[in-house]
Design a binder for this molecule. Structure first.
Ligand SMILES: *Cc1c(COP(=O)(O)O)cnc(C)c1O
Length: 428
């Protein structure tokens, strides 16, 4: 059975099994539309009475091969691709929370996600409470409201590099009858599978390690198929009450725990917002997935080697990397990332912003980029770039001091990265 195969084999072969004489590589179905013999056939698709393709704004076979691979890798029951990680996180929340609802999110999250939640989704009438990931149980309890619909966090926070106690967050969410949504972008399913720790929905920016080559923007949503929507039917009317736009279908009844979330997300949100992945980009994502397990090993080795070098350097103030024994997330890292974490670490140079800038402009192997988590080493000063919109107080709450440098180890030679940092540090 395909599901029993180990992660490395699924990375290479999961999701698509060609028949006799069919293409070995997944075909790119570059077509907006699909042909049917009768309107009756097509009508069944529109009524969700039959599964099949009719318009690439909602679904496309190439995307679904790749989604099926990701679904297998994460251990879920259903999955879909989106045009970006932003779309994946937006859909994952908007699929369960509407105007007037409330969501709890870890404050240690990607700046773009923070902006989506705190600014844009707030305008849509969804209220967020941000909590530190090491919040006490007592304060965590207090964050829940009668209209809370989900809890959200990142396995490894970008760029705070803290590790989330997924099991604790899942238990707390379930105690209050809501799903836990985990953005697993930095860990990837090679190094952590949040569903095994109780997460209900997993999201990805496939733009990062999954693509791995800085070639295409993308996202994914995977459903664990475990959350019992009907047990909390009053909280989740969108899943448990008739959808008038599909002749009164009730997703939780018709598609069960295993399929309700992704079917609704495709049939409603993808239909209406259309943040679909292009089949061509889905193909690139799949190429990345084929080597993900090989690359993640090297990213984590390089991350640890660079973190160790920086942590003993006299000009470095501090380093955050959960693989370092004195890191505050070392124990959580051992639990959730036993085979290694990723290539991203954060650190601060002694002094301040000026010293950080001197270091960065003298790096020759590492490039200054907005991007993170791909084959080429890059670095960024978030307070000046991705997180500019945040105040100093919000930056501190997100675990991002204004002097923090995010350094993303690629898959080059670790010694070359270390020598590059050493010569740049000498310039300070
Ligand atoms: C980059 C990123 C996103 C957003 O993804 P895009 O593909 O850029 O839209 C979301 N979450 C995390 C953790 C990220 O690193």
């Amino acid at each position: 059975m395909a599901n029993k195969k180990r992660i490395e084999t699924v990375c290479v072969q999961g999701g698509y099994t060609p028949g006799n004489g069919e293409p070995r590589q997944i075909p790119i179905i570059q077509s907006t539309t699909f042909k049917y013999d009768t309107s009756e056939d097509m009508g069944k698709l529109f009524d969700l009475e039959a599964s099949g393709y009719f318009y690439t704004r909602l679904q496309n076979p190439t995307n679904d091969y790749v989604a099926a691979k990701l679904c297998q890798l994460e251990g879920g029951t259903a999955a879909m691709l989106t045009s970006s990680g932003q779309a994946a996180n937006f859909y994952s929340i908007f699929n369960v929370a509407n105007c007037g609802d409330h969501v709890i999110a870890s404050s240690e999250i990607y700046g773009g996600t923070f902006n989506l939640f705190a600014v844009t989704m707030k305008k849509m009438g969804i209220d967020f409470t941000f909590i530190p990931s090491d919040i006490s149980d007592e304060d965590f309890e207090k964050a829940f409201k009668p209209n809370t619909k989900a809890v959200f966090g990142e396995t490894i926070a970008n760029p705070a590099c803290t590790v989330l106690d997924i099991e604790r967050f899942a238990n707390m969410a379930h105690k209050h009858g809501v799903p836990l949504i985990i953005d697993n972008t930095f860990a990837t399913p090679v190094h952590c599978r949040p569903i095994e720790w109780g997460a209900d929905i997993v999201t990805h920016s496939t733009t990062k390690y999954i693509d791995g080559h800085g070639a295409s923007i993308g996202g994914a949503i995977i459903d664990a198929g475990k959350f019992d929507w009907k047990k909390y039917a009053d909280k989740f009317p969108g899943l448990c009450e008739p959808d008038d736009s599909y002749h009164g279908i009730v997703y939780a009844d018709k598609f069960g725990k295993e399929g309700a979330f992704i079917t609704k997300c495709t049939a409603q949100l993808m239909r209406d917002f259309g943040s679909i992945q292009s089949p061509q980009n889905a193909f690139y994502i799949n190429l990345g997935l084929e080597s993900l397990h090989v690359r993640m090993k090297r990213h984590a080795e390089n991350g640890l080697a660079v973190a160790k070098f920086l942590s003993t350097h006299e000009k470095i103030d501090w380093v955050r990397y959960c693989g370092l024994e004195n890191d505050k997330c070392y124990e959580l890292g051992k639990k959730y990332l036993p085979d290694g974490s990723c290539g991203v670490l954060s650190f601060a140079v002694k002094g301040g912003r000026k010293e950080a800038e001197t270091l960065m402009k003298n790096l020759k192997v590492a490039a200054i980029e907005t991007h993170v988590a791909d084959a080429r080493t890059c670095c960024l000063h978030p307070a000046n770039a991705t997180h500019r919109q945040m105040t100093d107080a919000q930056l501190e709450a997100a675990g991002i001091p204004p002097t923090l440098i995010r350094y993303s180890c690629g898959i080059e030679n670790a010694q070359d990265l270390i020598e590059d940092l050493a010569q740049a540090l000498e310039k300070i």
